[in-house]
Design a protein around this ligand. Structure first.
Ligand SMILES: C[S@@+](CC[C@H](N)C(=O)[O-])C[C@H]1O[C@@H](n2cnc3c(N)ncnc32)[C@H](O)[C@@H]1O
Length: 277
């Protein structure tokens, strides 16, 4: 069994386990793991857009999920587990912080495997190795920097040689705490660990352009959730997706490949392929 010590509180005293346990128990739809302040319809639109952009990101990096063994970190209620199985994954394992999440996942996907654990507290030797490891909207919820370091190293260690990593964060801009349950990080936090662990970044692509932000903060989410406005936002989202390469400080998919044995931090490493993050 994994080494599961009590979930450590982040630097700001944030207790991730109790936050997510409470949140996932109070909502059953996509709002549980998406945006609570927006309607279920808005969340459906957000997840659909994220899925389309993920497919584009995987394609641009030449990553195929069919026939692969996938480890999904923080699957929540399993939105992406369902996608991976639809896309032909051979098997999905999930490591989820909450009891409620694991209970629901085991009911929904009885042939897959789900473990209740904190990725930043796990024993690396226990994790095993997978073709693809994903952490979708999870790592930026690990607010403490030491916990982030341990989590990213564990995530990297679970990718087999030649395998791929899919992580969502902003990867640019200032790395300031926003909500108490989120701390977005730029590449300065990721690059040294990815390099040390033998990864090359293949692609960094927007997850959303317009959605997932209060673009009209003074008006509020209720207006953005109103169907005609949501339809307009979706059109704008697709327009930006076709026209723009960057979403500036928005969330992005990073896809990296394990290309060699982990290097000691003191040994000079190949530099990661540089992109405009
Ligand atoms: C925003 S939700 C995203 C869920 C899912 N990946 C999705 O995109 O629908 C974050 C999920 O990560 C889980 N989580 C947060 N911190 C975690 C950690 N340290 N280890 C494992 N899971 C974690 C939470 O319990 C929650 O289910």
């Amino acid at each position: 069994m994994p080494n599961q010590t009590a979930t450590r509180r982040g630097r700001e005293g944030f207790d991730g386990r109790s936050y997510w346990e409470t949140r996932l128990r109070s909502e059953s739809g996509l709002r549980a793991t998406g945006h609570r302040r927006f309607s279920e319809a808005y969340n459906h639109a957000m997840y659909q857009v994220a899925t389309d952009h993920m497919v584009a990101a995987l394609r641009s990096a030449g990553v195929e999920l069919a026939g692969k063994r996938i480890l999904d970190i923080g699957p929540g209620f399993g939105y992406f587990v369902e996608r991976y199985l639809e896309w032909g994954a051979e098997h999905v394992t999930g490591i989820e912080l909450t009891e409620i999440g694991v209970t629901r996942l085991r009911q929904r996907f009885p042939h897959q495997e789900f473990v209740r654990a904190d990725i930043s507290e796990m024993d690396r030797a226990w994790l095993g190795q997978f073709d693809v490891v994903s952490a979708i909207s999870v790592v930026f919820h690990i607010v403490g920097d030491e916990a982030f370091d341990r989590a990213l190293r564990n995530i990297c260690a679970a990718v087999k040689r030649g395998g791929h990593l899919v992580i969502v964060d902003r990867f640019n801009g200032l790395s300031l705490p926003t909500a108490r349950h989120a701390r977005y990080r730029n590449m300065r936090y990721y690059e040294p660990i990815l390099r040390e662990q033998g990864f090359s970044v293949l692609s960094v692509r927007p997850m959303y352009y317009v959605l997932s932000r209060s673009v009209v903060p003074l008006v509020g989410p209720w207006l953005l959730s109103w169907e005609p406005v949501l339809r307009l936002l979706l059109r704008l989202e697709h327009y930006c997706g076709r026209r723009l390469g960057s979403n500036l400080g928005g969330l992005k998919f990073l896809i990296a490949q394990q290309q060699g044995p982990p290097r000691g931090a003191d040994r000079p490493g190949r530099s990661l392929r540089r992109q405009a993050y």
